[in-house]
Design a protein around this ligand. Structure first.
Ligand SMILES: Cc1cc2nc3c(=O)[nH]c(=O)nc-3n(C[C@H](O)[C@H](O)[C@H](O)COP(=O)(O)OP(=O)(O)OC[C@H]3O[C@@H](n4cnc5c(N)ncnc54)[C@H](O)[C@@H]3O)c2cc1C
Length: 485
């Protein structure tokens, strides 16, 4: 028990329908009460460079060949997805002098008030595709496995390859690209927005068609990767398999794509796996608690038929779920679940008490004929100027002052979001019977019947989020429920 064991997992170890642990490719059986599958793009992974393909989970790494079989044997449904990566370029071969600089965020943003030592310190740069880039792509589309029909997997709509962008947005003469350092101490840059599955020979010419890259040397070529992913509707909101207790899954394997999407799920799946092993009940993040709550609710409640990326537009309460108030939203949960010490909660509560006190003081203050809060709402005014003229009894820390300013300036928008939150809660308070016969609900649109019968939402709030369900459908459902339907 304890410690890290290195090795490839060949299969889940299941006996009599119960999870016992995992079996490794070198024949070991590792017992475990809970298992988290976080295999990324490795499950039956195939990488593509042009029309040439080979089994791999990532460039130069073997795929997980057998794990898919094991998950199917448990009853899970697997789908074929694909994603891609841009080429990595030797930094000393790029002419940065002719690129536009994008400076790092100062001060660096943070979810906890403590940005840590690795916060962004380096600039990024911008370049653009040219007429020559687009012509080369159009002339060579037949060399792309996507356009030749070799790849079956479904790719992420919101981060298409460069060949996809040139074809889909044919009216655009140029696409913006970000040139990002790959790390603090690496000699490579990453060409964000230029992922491709075109052959390496062509990638040289494509990269050199970009301003600043005329003499660029590619260190690692772009490629596409196809892989198996689980159907997340077969998971609980704690990211546990509904088919095999003790089996959890997180990351790309659940149908998402992206670092943050994967890392956030890892926290939830890891927490619940540990709780399972300790005999504690699973915990869930409410949708309104933040982005991870939305991500899990979307994945598990609706599923996804393409790699899912987290975008602000998916979060109904995005003005209430901000990076600057992550501590207020999430620290109480983290403390309740034993992830953070009690002192963190004391600190957060003290911070927001001081913020509330200061907001009350400003409400009572008279400045130029209006209350301090109204004065602060004017775009040209700042909390700093106000606090200089009318200092609080104890000066506020910068992160407290920031909260006062945000809460004063955006009060109107936040009130609107609070009303939306209330509506979401009201709808969530109406459970929908499990066996509800949607075709027999009077007044429900045909589209709503189809979607709801498939998704089987648990509450009116979940029904409201189903694509194609309108307010009139919700009213029809509500009337039906009130009649005892
Ligand atoms: C080439 C490429 C470029 C990308 N670029 C970006 C980007 O710029 N920005 C962004 O946000 N996202 C990007 N993504 C997506 C992002 O990398 C992934 O979504 C994220 O890393 C997924 O994290 P994960 O932990 O689920 O899987 P991974 O990071 O893929 O990790 C999976 C791990 O599981 C291990 N593993 C697999 N099978 C087994 C097994 N059977 N036994 C033991 N270990 C196993 C692997 O060795 C690997 O370490 C990119 C993805 C790819 C493929």
């Amino acid at each position: 028990p304890g410690g890290v064991v290195g090795g490839g997992v060949a299969a889940l170890w299941v006996e009599g329908g119960r999870l016992r642990g995992v079996r490794t490719v070198d024949g070991r059986a590792l017992p475990a009460k809970a298992v988290v599958v976080a295999g990324g793009t490795f499950l039956s992974g195939v990488v593509w460079y042009g029309r040439r393909s080979r089994p791999a989970g990532r460039q130069g790494e073997p795929p997980a060949r057998f794990l898919s079989q094991s998950l199917r044997a448990v009853g899970h449904t697997l789908r074929r997805f694909k994603t891609g990566t841009p080429p990595r370029i030797r930094a000393d071969s790029v002419d940065f002098g002719c690129l536009e600089v994008v400076p790092p965020e100062v001060p660096p943003g943070s979810f906890t008030g403590n940005p840590g030592p690795h916060a962004a310190k380096l600039p990024t740069w911008q370049t653009r595709t040219t007429e020559r880039t687009h012509r080369l792509i159009r002339e060579n589309l037949h060399l792309s496995p996507l356009y030749a029909g070799d790849i079956e997997g479904i790719g992420p709509r919101y981060c298409p390859s460069i060949e996809d962008k040139v074809v889909r947005f044919a009216d655009k003469e140029s696409h913006l690209l970000f040139v990002e350092p790959d790390g603090l101490s690496t000699s490579e840059v990453y060409l964000q927005g230029f992922s491709s599955s075109l052959p390496p020979e062509l990638q040289e010419a494509l990269v050199r068609s970009l301003p600043g890259f005329e003499r660029a040397v590619i260190q690692r070529y772009a490629y596409a990767v196809e892989y198996d992913s689980l159907d997340p509707t077969e998971l609980t909101r704690g990211l546990q398999s509904r088919l095999l207790p003790g089996l959890f899954a997180a990351g790309q394997v659940n149908g998402t794509s992206g670092y943050e999407e994967a890392a956030a799920q890892g926290v939830l799946a890891g927490l619940n796996a540990a709780r399972f092993a300790l005999g504690l009940p699973e915990v869930h993040l409410p949708r309104e608690s933040g982005y991870l709550g939305v991500l899990v609710d979307d994945l598990v409640g609706r599923g996804t038929d393409e790699p899912y990326r987290m975008m602000t537009s998916r979060v109904e309460l995005r003005l209430l779920c901000r990076a600057d108030n992550a501590d207020e939203r999430l620290i109480p949960l983290a403390v309740a679940w034993g992830l953070r010490p009690r002192e963190d909660l004391n600190r957060v509560e003290a911070k927001y008490r001081r913020v509330a006190e200061e907001l009350r003081r400003l409400e009572a203050l008279r400045v130029e004929g209006v209350s301090g809060l109204q004065w602060l709402r004017r775009p040209e005014n700042t909390y700093r100027a106000l606090a200089e003229r009318f200092p609080p009894p104890v000066p506020l820390a910068p992160e407290e002052a920031e909260q006062v300013e945000i809460r004063a300036k955006y009060a109107g928008y936040m009130e609107r979001q609070e009303r939306l939150r209330q509506r979401m809660r009201d709808l969530a308070a109406h459970p929908l019977p499990e066996g509800l016969d949607y075709p027999r609900v009077p007044g429900l649109s045909r589209e709503a019947v189809e979607k709801l019968a498939r998704l089987r939402p648990r509450t009116l709030a979940e029904a409201a989020r189903a694509p194609g369900v309108r307010d009139s459908d919700l009213t029809a459902l509500l009337v039906h429920l009130r009649r005892g339907g």
